[in-house]
Design a protein. Sequence first.
Length: 360
Amino acid sequence: MTQSNQQPISNLHIAAFDPMPTPEAIQAQLPLSAKAEATVSQGRAALINILDHKDPRPFVVVGPCSIHDPVAGLDYARRLKALADDVSDALMIVMRVYFEKPRTTVGWKGYINDPDMDDSFKVDAGMAKAREFLLAVNELGLPAGTEALDPISPQYLGDLIAWNAIGARTTESQTHREMSSGLSTPVGFKNGTNGDLTIAINAILSASRPHSFLGINSDGRVAIVRTKGNPYGHIVLRGGDGRPNYDTVSVTLAENAMTKAKLLPNVIVDCSHANSNKNPELQPLVMADVIGQIVAGNKNITGLMIESNLIAGNQPILADRSQMTYGCSVTDGCVNWDTTEQMIREAADRLRPILANRLG
């Protein structure tokens, strides 16, 4: 028998397959506490009541563009919890806890992928640290929302999430529509980066149906995941191609498109991204306009999103971490804490007198 001189044909561009702890192993290391479980359960129930129009309060997903420093992140969470309690009669607050960042080309992919921000890519450590952070936030009594980007991550973290977003770059993805159909939370689908609503509406319809696809189970074994479909998909308007879409005409067009598709016309407005022309200082103006629409009688705007941190703006990632500004974003620019508090308190003050009129 002659020996083959053929070159290998598999894994030609793979450098290594490093072992990763199973979801069950990381959950055993950082188990769900009774307090965290209650926060998740109550947060999801509140969101569902809002989306079913049984609760007249809008919800607000607010927090850093991305988590990169857990100490600053928990500092923010403690402040937000106190604020959330103060405005709970008018707004339901969810902390934005984003660990995964989709990149248009290249850049830091987030706390899970590269927790040390030095291209060491300690994904196993990042996943455990992400779970530890989510536990701490939920144990404060503050529900968490995140972007579902990697289809495997929900097996590790899904029990600590009250609300999921599917980003503008992935709303059209079959993988993310399938994943969303099995998520245990309400899911907000953003319109496309070009402002197109159709892909988000199609995503909501797709995710509402049962799907079968390849995934992993809690033991880390490859499995055929069979879902029931998620009835709580909704649209998130974030603007597109440099144009906003939070105005009354754009909101009405979104409502009409959803109604035509036989969907409950729940609309969430993202005050950031193209809606603020990527200028965080414009987010308060966007929010004030949207709250004005609710005060004027709109019953289908059921939530808002704000990118906010302790310090305004953003900063580059420096090799010397000690030279970086505490509580300042390393991804998109954010409004600072004082501005955030003012935005939310002013919105609550405007909403309190009219909330009873939103029911029925």
